[in-house]
Design a protein around this ligand. Structure first.
Ligand SMILES: [Zn+2]
Ligand SMILES: [Zn+2]
Length: 273
């Protein structure tokens, strides 16, 4: 069942987070969280300031283990990873990630390949996205959006992860360039198809509340998730996850957004059962 005080998505010193894991865990416990999952941005084969280095995976897992002991039994600490899907050669499906001893895996698309195959981070600020759209994608917004969703769909097809990260997040930057584009039929078809694939594939769908004033997937999609929140899924590590989770995706210990998470959770009918 959907729980406002179970969070599986957070970032710390091991990637682009702004606090050590220890401070994040302390803030989470203080806020009354029952489950706290860490999910550093995965190592990548291309340079990226937001992602963790391969040699940091070991220290990350060691620190998580220390904190797991420190906070048990009041709060359950879990080790996850937000794995970037770049293309058919790099994503949650590759052996490198399958072999890591993680409790769960989030699969996310942040990078989109240009018409000439160059990978561009489309997850940054709206002004940066607009610049990249012009400089790298020949101002072809439709191309970027199609490529983003095709990458998410291919990622779901290939598997190797448990939670689909911010399924329609490209909508945020795309709407800043072209207002209302997320309500156009072709855009809605992409989201509908992607959500359908995720649920048929037995994946957990996150409601990501990190952005100010935006939630992914957007609230008009939550109707298709109602009922799915009472499904349970078991990860390869044996962890049981509900069909829907709320992710603060926080990079700061003072941005856990538990009030917002609570109000979203209470809008799902199973919440009070
Ligand atoms: Zn992400
Ligand atoms: Zn994240």
């Amino acid at each position: 069942m959907l729980k406002y005080n179970h969070n599986y998505h957070s970032h710390t010193q091991f990637c682009d987070g702004h606090a050590p894991m220890e401070a994040m865990a302390a803030a989470a416990r203080e806020a009354g969280m029952e489950v706290w999952g860490f999910s550093p941005h995965s190592p990548l084969p291309i340079p990226s300031p937001c992602n963790m280095a391969r040699e940091d995976v070991e220290p990350y897992l060691r620190e998580a283990e220390r904190l797991r002991r420190l906070h048990a039994p009041d709060m359950r600490i879990l080790t996850g990873m937000e794995i970037d899907r770049l293309d058919s050669r790099w994503g949650p499906h590759i052996d490198y990630f399958a072999d890591l001893p993680l409790d769960y895996r989030i699969g996310s698309v942040h990078f989109v390949a240009t018409q000439s195959g160059e990978l561009i981070d489309c997850d940054g600020s709206a002004p940066r996205f607009a610049r990249n759209l012009h400089d790298h994608f020949r101002d072809d917004l439709r191309y970027v959006i199609d490529s983003y969703f095709n990458s998410v769909k291919e990622m779901i097809d290939r598997g190797g992860f448990d939670i689909v990260g911010h399924i329609d997040k490209i909508a945020g930057n795309a709407c800043a360039v072209k207002e209302g584009v997320e309500m156009e039929d072709w855009f809605m078809s992409h989201v509908q198809e992607t959500l359908g694939m995720a649920m048929e594939g037995g994946l957990t769908v996150e409601i990501n509340i990190k952005a100010e004033g935006r939630i992914f997937p957007a609230p008009h999609w939550w109707g298709s998730l109602r009922g799915y929140d009472s499904t349970t899924l078991t990860t390869p590590s044996g962890l049981i996850l509900p069909g829907v989770v709320i992710s603060s995706d926080t990079h700061w210990p003072d941005r856990l957004k538990t009030d917002l998470a609570r109000s979203i959770a209470s809008s799902f009918p199973d919440f009070n059962k």
